[in-house]
Design a binder for this molecule. Structure first.
Ligand SMILES: *[C@@H]1O[C@H](CO)[C@@H](O)[C@H](O)[C@H]1NC(C)=O
Ligand SMILES: *[C@@H]1O[C@H](CO)[C@@H](O)[C@H](O)[C@H]1NC(C)=O
Ligand SMILES: *[C@@H]1O[C@H](CO)[C@@H](O)[C@H](O)[C@H]1NC(C)=O
Ligand SMILES: CC(=O)N[C@H]1CO[C@H](CO)[C@@H](O)[C@@H]1O
Length: 398
């Protein structure tokens, strides 16, 4: 028996075993200081560059502590899988001109982003920052509408843990990606902060969002065009904010992609304006189909269930024909309280655009406040559509 090849084989196995432990690139070893004032952007970029160039799996670590970070983009492709662990509290420091996002990951395969850390976009205080001063006629001198976290062109991604706080725009924006899991995320912003969507998906396929707690000013979850094979489970939304889960708006731009195969289950909505909603504006052609909203709890929600196939918030769409088809949609087992008189509002431009919409086991009650609706005034309405009903549907006006 030849000893040398056996030995080198053993060595090979050993090397493989040793390498399966990811190499850690800790930002503090690249000059980052957790002093709550020194910008760590360069340290983060340098740690990312090393990790991304590593031939073996690696991890970028931001350990516990308070850090200030400017706009940072972490781009692929990388040589091997990179994990990013954020345990620190990151505060946005935005200098320079208008940018889309604060922390961005793009062009990556197998991204794992996790930790107990916080991304604080400093949103509500942003208006007070010197760079956001207004001129004499009240126009902003510079516009800083940054999304806290943006994922662009990611294949196989996991976002776990983490808190997104006070974003200046969307908290988490995921586009042109596939096979993405988001779980255990916490999102917070004041209920009056505009444009602060919790999780926004666009042109992204195969997504699971679960065990997420969102309290923000705008929609908790917004599934825009091209959101496909999306599961949303166990999401708590509110208090306050616009819509719980919004599908749309569709029909706004040319070449939109369909929204299809969406299931929203086991979620609760607290004091939001809308609960679950599909929205299309008169404009371009698109389709929203195979969408299920099931096992949901509404708690003092103004309009728990709505479909608007001809939503027209601006004058320019008034004379335009709505062209978005909404079909195979079911609302099942939705219970709780309603804070305005319109519990269910399904509104289409013509029956041919809304097909096979179902209401089953709906039990919505007026919330007992002086200004709120009463059992008598609480109602449902369906326009230009014949919905399929089963079980209890209350209030029933469709
Ligand atoms: C989806 O992504 C996960 C990582 O989040 C990975 O473990 C899994 O293998 C991916 N699935 C496919 C089919 O690539
Ligand atoms: C999402 O969850 C479903 C059911 O639990 C599972 O079959 C699917 O593979 C998951 N998809 C992703 C992208 O993790
Ligand atoms: C639902 O999500 C919350 C976090 O928001 C988590 O604490 C809880 O365990 C989850 N429940 C289930 C049944 O998975
Ligand atoms: C957000 C939400 O309503 N989650 C519920 C999912 O279902 C479990 C088990 O029934 C409940 O305990 C959660 O409250």
């Amino acid at each position: 028996m030849n000893i040398i090849p056996t030995f080198s084989l053993l060595l090979c196995i050993l090397v493989v075993v040793v390498n399966s432990d990811p190499q850690v690139f800790d930002v503090t070893q690249f000059g980052a200081k957790p002093d709550d004032q020194t910008d760590i952007s360069l340290a983060l970029i340098n740690a990312w560059a090393k990790a991304c160039a590593s031939a073996t799996p690696s991890k970028v670590l931001i350990p516990a502590g308070k850090y200030v970070v400017g706009t940072v983009g972490m781009e692929g492709p990388c040589k091997s899988e990179v994990h990013v662990q954020i345990d620190g509290y990151l505060k946005a420091q935005i200098v320079g001109l208008r940018r889309l996002s604060w922390i961005t990951f793009s062009g990556l395969k197998n991204l794992v982003l996790f930790g107990s850390g916080t991304l604080d976009g400093q949103g509500p205080t942003a208006a007070k920052l010197p760079e956001n001063r207004k001129n004499k006629v009240g126009m902003p001198l510079a516009v800083f509408v940054l999304q806290n976290l943006r994922l662009e062109s990611i294949t196989n991604g996991l976002i776990e843990g983490l808190t997104s706080k006070d974003s200046r725009s969307f908290h988490v924006h995921i586009s042109r990606s596939s096979n993405i899991t988001v779980r255990g995320l916490t999102v917070t912003a004041p209920p009056d902060s505009p444009d602060t969507v919790g999780i926004y998906l666009r042109r992204t396929h195969r997504v699971n969002i679960s065990d997420v707690d969102i309290a923000t000013g705008d929609h908790c979850i917004n599934l825009a065009d091209g959101s496909q094979q999306v599961n949303v489970r166990n999401v708590t939304c509110g208090p306050g904010g616009r819509t719980g889960v919004l599908v749309g708006s569709l029909g706004k731009t040319p070449d939109e992609e369909k929204v299809m195969d969406v299931a929203v289950t086991n979620c609760s909505f607290h004091g939001t304006a809308g609960g679950v909603r599909i929205e299309a504006v008169p404009g371009t052609i698109n389709t929203a189909m195979d969408i299920t909203f099931e096992d949901l709890v509404m708690d003092k929600v103004e309009n728990p269930i709505s479909v608007d196939q001809k939503f027209c918030p601006v004058q320019s769409c008034e004379k335009v024909e709505p062209k978005v088809t909404i079909k195979d949609v079911s609302f099942k087992n939705i219970k709780g309280t309603c804070a305005s008189p319109l519990a269910i509002d399904i509104s289409c431009s013509s029956a041919s655009f809304c097909k096979n919409l179902e209401l089953a086991d709906i039990d919505l009650k007026p919330v007992g406040t002086a200004a709120g609706p009463t059992a008598k005034t609480l109602k449902s309405q369906c326009t230009n559509v014949k919905v399929i009903k089963s079980g209890l549907v209350s209030p029933d006006g469709c």
